[in-house]
Design a protein around this ligand. Structure first.
Ligand SMILES: [Zn+2]
Length: 165
């Protein structure tokens, strides 16, 4: 099965609250977060651990999650998202910390958090190539092929969807 990366830069969606209607606070083991954060620091220049552990919420449906303009990144197959404005990570059911692919989605959002904390970006999607590259590397270290759609990721990273009034 091809796992396409549906990275959407929803820059034209005005004032939409997160469409995760009843997010549940999710406890991910602190040592698991710390391990992912350390991995990010070993493989990038981001001081990820300085940010502390983020609030994490679980969305009960896999429906399309709508966000506020530039503030949120929607990720592969809508498995996860980072809410920049409120500094929250959303994960979508089914999600299990024992599933490496699920964990890699959390890693991806932790990378976004570190990216946005470090500097400004021309559009949300501009953060994706690096986030997907690191996620792919993390999966590869565990013998899992990510199968991301790099063509689409690179196209969207050009921020073309930002060209609107
Ligand atoms: Zn992303």
């Amino acid at each position: 099965m091809i796992r396409a990366a549906a990275s959407l830069c929803l820059a034209i969606a005005p004032n939409l609250a997160p469409g995760c209607p009843a997010p549940l606070p999710l406890e991910v083991a602190p040592e698991q977060i710390a391990e992912l954060t350390r991995w990010i620091e070993r493989h990038s220049d981001y001081a990820a651990s300085a940010l502390g552990p983020p609030p994490i919420f679980l969305c009960q449906t896999g429906e399309v999650i709508a966000y506020e303009g530039h503030d949120v990144v929607v990720d592969s197959e809508l498995r996860a998202a980072y809410d920049l404005r409120n500094d929250r990570i959303f994960l979508v059911l089914p999600w299990s910390a024992s599933d490496p692919r699920n964990l890699s989605s959390l890693l991806h959002e932790l990378i976004h958090r570190a990216q946005f904390a470090a500097r400004d970006w021309p559009c949300a999607a501009a953060t994706e190539p690096e986030a997907y590259r690191l996620q792919e590397q993390w999966l590869a270290e565990r013998g899992i092929e990510a199968g991301f759609n790099w063509f689409r990721i690179e196209i969207e990273a050009r921020c073309l969807s930002d060209h609107h009034p």
